[in-house]
Every structure is written in structure tokens, then in C-alpha cells.
Write a protein that binds this ligand. Structure first.
Ligand code: NAP
Length: 308
């Protein structure tokens, strides 16, 4: 495993960290025992940051992280989020007062069975006014309930507003071979301001593993939108793009691992947080940290992406 400094926090976090949305049940069923084995395997492989959210499975993901970390908390960073609870079931909270954030924080701490959350992230990517969250996060730091805070967004103006007092420790953003736009704006801004970055979607929700075909149908609630209409069109277009980069696959390196190495080739990236649902996935993902794409491969990928 390799480690990089998470911006001003100074924490050394694993370049391959773990996204825990998948174990929350919305990506298809995951047995509790397998979810816990996956987190334990991750720790054994040197993964030291786990990203979850109160909304993932309406708290199920946080509960599983809490159960898995019992007795194994030392040296591990826990990142969670507030702002989307119950949004997927059509009943989000309003977050119009810091008190909503305090309640959510206490609920997360309870599910995680922790006294302190290391990184607390605002989960509203198009947040118009950061005042409520900034006030709440500053108070939560003072009370020792969180150590640092950040926001999950791909919009530079939203990130800049969130860092207006210089307190934003990290930005979580979507960045992958199939979604490179942050390379041109948000990632350089984070680097210039010493803000750590957590990369979500680094294998494009499984597409960059090269395992899907135009016949693949999805029965999980997150990817069900890829079965019909515009979602289907985009999915099929992405499969064509994946075929163009299959040359990255070779003995000892899968396409998913190459996709993770492409993300890590950007120096503004602190860590990728690929979602893993089982021990085999986290083992393969963690191994990607110890390899790198060659300059020739990176140049060829740049040429290909220029045609997209
Ligand atoms: N707004 C936000 O803040 C936000 C939004 C999305 C995600 N996130 C965070 O980012 C994390 C990762 O992003 P993501 O879940 O969207 O996408 P991702 O990491 O690109 O893809 C994860 C999915 O790919 C498949 N996979 C993982 N490793 C694999 C491997 N080695 N080989 C083949 N398939 C593999 C798994 O699904 P299957 O096995 O079912 O294919 C897994 O659930 C999440 O867990 C969450 O913590 C945050």
C-alpha cells in the first residue's frame, strides 16, 4: 500500500481507500459477514480510510463500518457524510438549521459506535449557501465530535464557497477515465489550496472493470437507471469507450486496477475510494496501489480520450 498526505490534516491515508456505499444494500444484497470480512481484509492490506454516509442504506453502511471497526479502530480514518439522509426515498431533511446537522452527527456517531468522526463531509453537491453546514461543522470540531470537514461536490464554485474561511480539509469528487472533467478545474484548485481529495467512482460503478456487455441488466437500485432510455444509451456508449482502453489489461493487471492507477497518476489526487462488496474486490483494488501506468500508456490514454 502507498500513502499520501490528506491536505492540511497531515494524515497519511492509503491511496486506495474503501468506499462503503456498496455494503449498504442499495447495490444489491451483501451479507453482513462478507461486508465485515471485506473491511477487515482492507485493514490487513493497509487500507486506512473508509468512506460512508448516513444515507447509504439509511444507516446500514455506517452500522456495518461501526461493527467491523470494533477493536480495530487504531490507525483508521472514518469519513462519513450528512445531507442526503432519506433523499433516495423522497423525504430528505431540510438542513435549514445547524441543529439538523448536530442530530445527524449524533446519529452517525451512534451507528458508527465512535466518539469522533475523522472527516465529516457535506453530501449536497449543489449546495447553494454553505452557512448552515459551516457553522455546524465548526461547532462540531470545537465539541470534539468531528476532527475535520469537507464537501462532496464536482462544482468548483461550491467547493470554493465551502472553503471561504479556509476550513475545508477535503473535497470528494467523481473522477475516472470516463469522467475526466475535474482534471481541468477542481483538482488543480484543490492542489493549489492544499485540500485533500477523495476520488469517488474511480471504476465508474464497475464499468471500468470491463465486465459488462450490452446485454447486462441491473437489478440493484443504483444502476437500474442504466436499463432503459438515456441511461441505457450512456451505458452502451461507455462500453464502447471501455473497448478502446482494453489494451491496459495484461497478465498481472486487470482493467479495474489500471483504471485505479490512472486516477492515482494525477498528483492532485490523495486517494481513490473504490467501492468494494467482497474480499476479492478489495484485495484486487488494494493491489493497484503498488503499480503504476507507464508514461507511454498515459500518453496513449490521453490521445484516446481526446477523441471522446
Ligand atoms: N455523492 C457522493 O458523495 C458519492 C456518490 C457516489 C459514491 N460515493 C462514494 O464513493 C465510493 C465509490 O464510488 P462508486 O461506488 O460510485 O463507484 P466505483 O468505486 O467506481 O464502483 C464500485 C463498484 O464497482 C464494482 N467493483 C469494485 N471493485 C471491483 C473490482 N476489483 N472488479 C470488478 N468490479 C469491481 C462493485 O460493484 P459490482 O460488483 O456490483 O459491479 C462496486 O460496488 C462509494 O462507495 C461511496 O463511498 C460518494
Amino acid at each position: 500500500m502507498q500513502y499520501r498526505r490528506l491536505g492540511k490534516t497531515g494524515w497519511q491515508v492509503s491511496t486506495i481507500s474503501m468506499g462503503c456505499w456498496g455494503i449498504g444494500g442499495q447495490w444489491g444484497p451483501v451479507e453482513e459477514a462478507e461486508a465485515i470480512r471485506t473491511i477487515h481484509a482492507a485493514i490487513d492490506l493497509g487500507v486506512n480510510l473508509f468512506d460512508t454516509a448516513d444515507s447509504y442504506g439509511l444507516g446500514v453502511s455506517e452500522e456495518l463500518v461501526g461493527r467491523a471497526l470494533r477493536g480495530r479502530r487504531d490507525g483508521v480514518y472514518v469519513a462519513t457524510k450528512v445531507g442526503n439522509f432519506a433523499r433516495r426515498v423522497g423525504a430528505p431533511l431540510s438542513y435549514t438549521t445547524p441543529h439538523h446537522v448536530y442530530l445527524c452527527c449524533d446519529a452517525s456517531l451512534g451507528r458508527l459506535k465512535l466518539d469522533t468522526i475523522d472527516l465529516y463531509q457535506c453530501h449536497i453537491g449543489d449546495l447553494q449557501d454553505p452557512s448552515v453546514f459551516l457553522e455546524a461543522f465548526e461547532r462540531l470540531v470545537e465539541r470534539g465530535k468531528i476532527r475535520a470537514y469537507g464537501i462532496s461536490t464536482n462544482t468548483p464554485a461550491v467547493a470554493e464557497a465551502f472553503d471561504r474561511a479556509g476550513g475545508c480539509a477535503a473535497v470528494q469528487l467523481n473522477y475516472s477515465l470516463l469522467n475526466q472533467s475535474a482534471a481541468g478545474d477542481l483538482l488543480p484548485w484543490c492542489a493549489a489550496n492544499d485540500i485533500g481529495t477523495l476520488i469517488r467512482g474511480p471504476i465508474a460503478q464497475g464499468v471500468l472493470a470491463g465486465k459488462f456487455t450490452p446485454e447486462t441488466r441491473f437489478d440493484d437500485s443504483v444502476r437500474a437507471g442504466w436499463n432503459e432510455g438515456r441511461g441505457r444509451e450512456q451505458f452502451v456508449r461507455r462500453l464502447e469507450q471501455v473497448e478502446q482502453i482494453r489494451f491496459l489489461e495484461r497478465p498481472g493487471r486487470t482493467l479495474a486496477q489500471a483504471a485505479l492507477q490512472w486516477v492515482l497518476a494525477n498528483p492532485a489526487v490523495t486517494c481513490a475510494i473504490p467501492g468494494a462488496k467482497n474480499v476479492a474486490q478489495i484485495t484486487a483494488n488494494a493491489a493497484a496501489a503498488d503499480g503504476a501506468l507507464t508514461p507511454d500508456e498515459l500518453a496513449r490514454l490521453e490521445e484516446i480520450a481526446a477523441g471522446w
